[in-house]
Each structure stands twice: as structure tokens, then as C-alpha cells.
Design a protein around this ligand. Structure first.
Ligand code: CA
Length: 334
């Protein structure tokens, strides 16, 4: 049998399986006008000490989300091999071209990394990054923590999330790791469109997967940065990779797997929010008024909550376009 699978051109500049702390890059050849034989250099840190589980920690899967990158830069600087049992692989800027451009998607090819999994070894730059993760990093991992937040167009209450899965054992392991992250909110999640997501690919590979949404608006706050860093260390403790007890404070369990949680704008307009993040809203109550962009004297269109719960996410910029996600109302689980 001839293996018809082309080789992925991405090469790590550091060993992935040698004891110690290794800071380097995943080097992706990228021939372009500015650099004929150039490369995309994706920073990576590998901290390994003997046998034990492997955790893969990733940020900037979407390039305009900053809690993960901030927390993982701190962790990559501070982790010493003697504190680790097993291995921690840290990639703070998964989609480095998008991150460097402060964009959700890659300026190289328009690629939305979190819609292109499992990727292709001979595809676009973004597809090659996805393929490298699935072929070379995820198979070595027991647990994957992928940081997200709302980016420039959404803002979230800070939560860690786990998905409902077909395998009850795997689902329970994901929920335990999500609870260990211990964000102020913990979310049972169903995606709007799961195809092509890193989440889905990692879960299909049978791994424990935790994601987050820790804020948004294309920035990071002191609070959300602290939540991210503490959550990462908690998950490593939960996995037995770092010593010490998981630091637990009360977390509100919220759910978007039942009912009509997602509210989309049916017109372009100026948003007047009527509920802030974390506030309770009753079914039928207005979430926002959408004012005309064209004229005065025209009544706004009210977007009404389709269910009772708390406002878990909102459109961030002050103007909304038809079809944009305006709000997510999550139910609070007792
Ligand atoms: Ca995201």
C-alpha cells in the first residue's frame, strides 16, 4: 500500500517529547510577495517531565480573542519542568497570521481556523495549521483546553464550556474538566454549527476537551485575564500535571442546549441594549431596541427574549447588521 497522504510541511523547531522547557516555533513555509522563501512562525512551548498525561493548551484559534494568549504567555514563562508531571504543550497564537493582524480570520487566505478542522496537509495555510494540530499534537494529548472569547463582535459572561456528547464517559470527563476550570459561569453547550470546529475534531478523536468564552470586544480585562490564568492552572491540577488542589469558588451553571437561546437581528440598525450581560431576562421582555440608521421619528424594533434566563452573550459593536447574532439567553441550572 502506498500512503497517498501528502506530508504536512509544518516543522517544529523544538522537540515535542524531550524532558525540560522548550520554547520555539511551528514553522510553516509561506512563499509570498514579501518573502519568497518565508515562513509563518507559530510560537510553541513544550514543558515535559517524565511520564504522565499531556495537556494541549491553545489560544487565538480566532485571532482577535485575547484571554487565552495572555494566560498562556504567562504560563509559558512561569512553568518549570520540576512543577510538571507529564507534559504541557502551549500554543498561545494558534492562528498566528490572524492574531498578528488582530483579525478573527487569516489575512493569508481568509481562513477561519475554527471552521476548517480537520484541515488538509496540502490545503491553504490555515488548513495546514488545522491538519498539523490534528495529526501531530492532538493525538499526543489526553486533554485539550482551547481558549475563546467573543472577539471584536461579541461579548460574553465569562464561562468555561463542555459539549453534550454521545459517549457518556467522555462527556462526564469533559464536564469534570470544565468544572475544574472554575470560571464564574460553566456552560453545557450545543453549537450553532459544529462542522469544522476544533472542538468537534478533538472530541471525535476521543479526547477530553474544554473551551471557554471569557469576554470579548476585541480586548481583555484584568478580571478576564485572571480567570483565564487561574482556569488553565486549575485544569492542569485536575489532570494531575501540576501538583496542588484545584481552587474552587462558586460557579453558576448555565445551559444553551434546550430552547431557543440565539437571537439574531432581522435588520440593520443602532442597538440600544435593554439588558446587560449576566442580568436576568424574562421570556417576552425586550433584550434590545434597534433604531433606524436612516431617519428620526421611526419607532425602534424591539428584539424580545424567546426564553427566560440570563443574558450570556451580546453583539459588541454599537451597530448591528441583519443576520448578526444580537444576544444569547442561557438558562440557569439549579
Ligand atoms: Ca471564538
Amino acid at each position: 500500500m502506498i500512503d497517498a497522504r501528502p506530508a504536512n510541511p509544518i516543522a517544529p523547531t523544538v522537540p515535542l517529547d524531550t524532558d525540560g522547557v522548550h520554547h520555539g516555533f511551528l514553522r510553516l513555509p509561506s512563499s509570498r510577495d514579501e518573502s519568497a522563501w518565508g515562513s509563518v512562525m507559530i510560537p510553541i512551548t513544550v514543558v515535559k517531565n517524565g511520564e504522565g498525561p499531556t495537556a494541549l493548551l491553545t489560544g487565538a484559534n480566532h485571532g482577535d480573542e485575547y484571554e487565552g494568549p495572555v494566560a498562556l504567555q504567562g504560563l509559558a514563562c512561569d512553568l518549570t519542568a520540576d512543577r510538571v508531571s507529564g507534559r504541557v504543550i502551549i500554543v498561545p497564537y494558534m492562528n498566528t497570521p490572524a492574531f498578528r493582524a488582530a483579525r478573527r480570520t487569516s489575512p493569508l487566505d481568509g481562513g477561519n481556523l475554527n471552521r476548517l478542522f480537520p484541515g488538509r496537509p496540502d490545503g491553504t495555510a490555515t488548513e495546514k495549521i488545522a491538519d498539523f494540530f490534528m495529526e501531530s499534537l492532538v493525538p499526543t494529548a489526553d486533554l485539550v483546553l482551547d481558549f475563546h472569547s467573543g472577539g471584536k463582535t461579541l461579548d460574553f459572561v465569562p464561562f468555561a464550556a463542555a459539549h453534550l456528547l454521545d459517549d457518556p464517559m467522555q462527556e462526564a470527563a469533559c464536564f469534570e474538566a470544565m468544572k475544574a476550570f472554575n470560571a464564574p459561569y460553566s456552560m453545557a453547550l450545543r453549537e450553532i454549527d459544529a462542522v469544522g470546529m476544533f472542538d468537534t475534531a478533538v472530541e471525535e478523536a476521543g479526547k477530553v476537551f474544554v473551551s471557554t468564552e471569557l469576554g470579548g470586544g476585541g480586548t481583555v480585562t484584568a478580571r478576564s485575564a485572571r480567570i483565564a490564568r487561574r482556569g488553565a492552572e486549575n485544569v492542569l491540577k485536575h489532570a494531575g500535571i501540576l501538583a496542588g488542589e484545584v481552587e474552587m469558588v462558586p460557579s453558576v451553571m448555565i445551559d444553551t442546549t434546550v430552547g431557543d437561546c440565539f437571537h439574531f437581528s432581522e435588520r440593520d440598525g443602532l442597538i440600544e441594549p435593554m439588558v446587560d450581560l449576566g442580568e436576568k431576562v424574562d421570556k417576552g421582555a425586550p433584550l434590545a431596541a434597534i433604531w433606524s440608521l436612516e431617519r428620526t421619528g421611526e419607532k425602534p424594533e424591539f428584539v424580545l427574549a424567546k426564553r427566560t434566563g440570563i443574558l450570556a452573550a451580546r453583539h459588541f459593536p454599537g451597530l448591528v447588521k441583519m443576520g448578526d447574532c444580537l444576544a444569547v439567553v442561557a438558562s440557569v441550572v439549579d
